[in-house]
Design a binder for this molecule. Structure first.
Ligand code: AGV
Ligand code: CA
Length: 309
């Protein structure tokens, strides 16, 4: 039996790269994708999502439209990127995607996919967790259908990546977008594995990686992913603008869990300024698994080999 995966992403470049990674993993069946309007605008992001499905001959995977908007919006320059993606040479001429307003809402799709699954499901989240929390609040017994949740989120023993007003910089963006839902998710004590900045900080998108990827562009996916990654290097490389392999690393955890160092901790999430969205260790908190380290060479090699197709 293939491993069943339900993915929720938020339309950023590494979210779409993660979708490609999941779509090409062996022994894995993607049973649905929901999109959160966080690091994207929803319509172009659903279009990119659908186009990548078409490219891989998987347009039968159902999509769900996130209609819930979190508490702390992402910067608009980041959200606008999927428009560029839809114009890339390998995507621009693909058949038009369906009207996004014909899709089920994201929580409804999550409910549908979990209820009809015959095995337990692994949920991969590469954006905020609001859609999942909305679904579980509506049908709490669906928690039993979840095998594991893998979520790119949080920052425990390192600085966060949120830099804005009324904030002390301790939070990671996916948690900060909706601190209330994040706190709820952690409090459920489901089998939850976080891939936080503590580990993603080890894997920036480097020119060396892109240069190696470029030597294999005769492979369709090396060509397309090379173009997508190139779009992430549009800013001056200071920490706050360095693009990391955030979501790709979380996604590769599905295939390479043994390459990660993990730790079971007690933790909680702040829901108020000045540290709203901070994930912090707390003896009186809730049990979660966090990844703390990975071998970067193994990871980059896995990605380079994987996209030779
Ligand atoms: O905090 C990391 C999350 C990941 O899910 N996102 C980007 C990844 O998709 C937010 C984010 C932090 N810094 C960013 C982000 C940046 N410089 N550009 C775009 N998004
Ligand atoms: Ca993301």
């Amino acid at each position: 039996m293939p491993k069943l995966i339900l993915m929720d992403h938020d339309g950023a470049i590494d979210d779409l790269l993660s979708q490609l990674l999941v779509l090409t993993m062996p022994d894995t069946e993607l049973i649905g994708i929901t999109v959160t309007p966080a690091d994207c605008y929803i319509e172009p992001a659903l279009e990119s999502t659908y186009k990548l499905l078409q490219l891989m001959g998987k347009e039968s995977v159902p999509l769900g439209r996130g209609d819930y908007y979190g508490i702390n919006a992402f910067p608009n320059e980041w959200r606008a990127r999927p428009e560029i993606i839809n114009a890339l040479p390998m995507l621009i001429n693909l058949p038009k995607s369906p009207d996004p307003y014909t899709y089920l809402s994201a929580p409804d799709l999550i409910i549908d996919r979990l209820s009809s699954a015959t095995e337990t499901v692994t949920i991969l989240m590469t954006g905020p967790c609001s859609n999942l929390v909305l679904a579980l609040e509506e049908v709490p017994e669906l928690k039993d259908k979840i095998k594991e949740i893998v979520w790119m989120a949080g920052a425990f023993r390192v600085h966060g990546n949120v830099q804005t007003f009324q904030h002390d910089g301790t939070a990671e963006w996916n948690v900060f977008w909706d601190p209330i839902s994040s706190q709820k998710l952690v409090s459920y004590e489901l089998p939850l594995t976080l891939i936080p900045l503590d580990v993603t900080n080890h894997v920036p998108v480097t020119r060396k990686f892109l240069s190696t990827l470029a030597t294999q562009i005769d492979y369709k996916l090396s060509n397309l992913t090379g173009q997508l990654w190139a779009l992430t290097l549009d800013t001056i490389p200071s920490y706050h603008y360095t693009y990391f392999m955030w979501d790709i690393l979380a996604t590769s955890y599905l295939a390479l869990p043994e390459k990660f160092t993990t730790e079971i901790v007690k933790a909680n999430v702040s829901t108020r300024p000045p540290n709203a969205g901070q994930t912090y260790l707390d003896d009186n908190g809730y049990t979660v698994k966090i990844a703390t380290d990975v071998n970067p060479a193994h990871f980059y090699e896995y990605i380079l080999t994987h996209f030779k197709r």
